[in-house]
Design a protein around this ligand. Structure first.
Ligand SMILES: Cc1cc2nc3c(=O)[nH]c(=O)nc-3n(C[C@H](O)[C@H](O)[C@H](O)COP(=O)(O)OP(=O)(O)OC[C@H]3O[C@@H](n4cnc5c(N)ncnc54)[C@H](O)[C@@H]3O)c2cc1C
Length: 503
């Protein structure tokens, strides 16, 4: 093995002579210009380590923060909300400029596909009941069990106890449970709730959990980190150290340190960089897909185990712009779609297009439609569950046809629904630089008995104990994984590791 590594490094060294003549050999390479990579860069810079380069595979910075314009409004293709206030680095950094705004969750409007025989208040009753069951389990159950298994058992028990004497309620409660179990995938992004662990190491930051950006969108946090906001004249020279469209496809590192560069990084366009330290920030999804070919030598077994066992799923946000608002315009809309058993069966015949499996079609993964705000003509369709990867592959035309089928089924009697004329979405799962949306604790990772995020965060060391290949990114945060604040904390953490070794 060692022979192979040496051979590879010799090969790389030869190519560096060719390629790096016009490159400054940086002492730190940061892979990825998402929030963790930018946070690491700013911390290094502010502590006097200025000899670094950020290699970013995409043609933009921000990673899973992706605020962009759609029909004259800012939409968030990625992160949208700051979750919590206390001990939340995003809140701490941004709140001083008065650009954050906690908001109330808009009232859910549960819609039933079979528009007759529906008592909407019953769905609220069920929502509260199932939330209570979930909260109880979350706070009291320590056994390794999936959220899906726990909820199916306990909610079905509760349904039987409460509604056994009312045939119609019994049926609708079972249908609502099917909705609820897919609906919850939106929060943690697993393709199935049967993969998500009920007990978690995750710690919520106290305070409002729904905080939006008053202007500029989530990308404001990158400007704040780089000191471009509030005063652009004071910005740190971080962006000039970012190389876009530089996809790293090989990371070779030497275990035996001999005071020269320890790490060689190759990009898919043939450049090779050498560095003393590397901070790796791409997503767990990228690691799952590439670690075997990316690292020379291979990553240690415990890290590979953590990569395999931790969960990384995807949700899909589809922004659609309607020429005119056909929904009640006084309020924001928040329609949630609950299917009756008969309509699920009918759907297979009425709309047989797109992916389906065991009598379930992708339309069941379109869970809700929410307006951006009360004055907007843009609404977001939220999709979660097993079909998300396949929904990403559908044409815009088919997605709109599917949404129109759903809207007419649920709301056609009440409103004169017009066809949207523009659609915007980002395929997070398809994109090889993300491979999904955010990480979660799976049942399998929980069975390991210790935080697998912490294992993922462990640096690779040289034989004399120097930390040289460092891991940041949301999935390496043991208590705030899956969030932007969690990602930023890990960038700071790994930059600090380098700063500490230099003192
Ligand atoms: C749809 C969606 C909604 C979300 N909603 C919220 C929310 O409301 N609130 C919240 O707190 N969080 C939310 N998140 C999660 C949050 O966006 C992420 O946790 C956070 O952005 C992760 O930051 P990161 O730096 O760890 O990784 P990333 O943002 O993924 O950054 C890693 C960077 O590495 C780059 N990269 C990948 N592979 C390579 C390679 N081979 N070579 C070079 N560069 C590479 C990527 O292009 C990327 O820019 C959401 C995410 C998504 C996708």
């Amino acid at each position: 093995m060692q022979k192979r590594v040496n051979l590879y490094i010799t090969f790389i060294l030869l190519r560096i002579l060719i390629n790096v003549t016009c490159e400054n050999s940086p002492s730190v390479i940061i892979v990825g210009a998402g929030p963790s990579g930018i946070a690491a860069a700013t911390k290094l810079y502010e502590n006097g380590i200025t000899n670094f380069t950020i290699l970013e595979a995409e043609n933009r910075i921000g990673g899973r923060i992706y605020s962009t314009k759609f029909e004259d409004e800012i939409v968030e293709l990625g992160a949208e909300l700051c979750h919590g206030m206390k001990d939340n680095i995003v809140y701490k950094l941004a709140n001083v400029y008065n650009i954050l705004q906690p908001i109330e969750e808009s009232k859910m409007n549960f819609c039933y596909s079979s528009q007759e025989n529906v008592d909407e208040t019953f769905f609220y009753e069920l929502f509260d009941l199932f939330n209570d069951v979930y909260d109880y389990g979350f706070n009291n159950v320590n056994d390794t069990i999936s959220v899906g298994e726990y909820l199916t058992n306990r909610c079905n028990e509760a349904i039987t106890i409460n509604y056994k004497n009312d045939k119609q309620k019994l049926k609708q409660a079972t249908e609502f449970l099917d909705f609820y179990i897919t609906f919850l995938t939106l929060y943690s992004s697993p393709f199935s709730l049967f993969d998500l662990s009920l007990p978690l190491y995750y710690q919520k930051c106290e305070g409002s959990y729904i905080i939006i950006w008053k202007h500029g969108g989530y990308k404001m946090i990158l400007d704040i980190l780089m000191k471009r906001y509030p005063d652009p004249k004071k910005q740190l020279p971080i962006e000039e150290k970012i190389l876009l469209n530089k996809e790293v496809n090989k990371i070779a590192w030497k275990k035996t340190s001999n005071n020269s560069k320890n790490i060689f990084i190759e990009t898919s366009d043939g450049f090779v960089f050498a560095a003393d330290y590397l901070i790796f920030t791409p997503s767990l999804g990228v690691l799952k897909n590439t670690h075997r070919n990316l690292f020379v030598p291979h990553l240690p077994e415990n890290k590979v185990n953590a990569i395999n066992k931790l969960g990384f799923g995807a949700v899909s946000k589809i922004f659609i712009h309607f020429p005119e608002r056909w929904w009640p315009t006084t309020d924001s809309v928040n329609f949630q779609f609950v299917w009756s058993q008969e309509d699920k069966e009918l759907m297979m015949r009425e709309f047989p297009f797109g992916p389906s499996k065991s009598e379930r079609t992708w339309l069941l993964n379109v869970l809700s439609l929410e307006s951006m705000h009360e004055k907007s003509n843009i609404v977001t369709a939220w999709c979660g569950g097993e079909f998300v990867p396949e929904i990403e592959k559908l044409t815009d035309h088919l997605v709109i046809d599917g949404l129109m089928y759903i809207l007419n089924k649920f709301l056609g009697d009440k409103y004169n629904i017009t066809r949207p004329y523009a659609i915007l979405r980002n395929n997070w799962y398809e994109n090889p630089h993300f491979r999904g949306t955010y990480s979660y604790e799976s049942v399998e990772s929980r069975k390991e008995g210790t935080s697998q995020e912490s294992v993922l965060a462990e640096p690779l060391k040289t034989s004399d104990g120097q930390d040289v290949v460092l891991f940041a990114g949301e999935a390496t945060n043991p208590i705030h994984y899956s969030t932007v604040h969690g990602a930023i904390e890990t960038g700071f953490r790994e930059a600090q590791r380098i700063i500490d070794t230099r003192q």
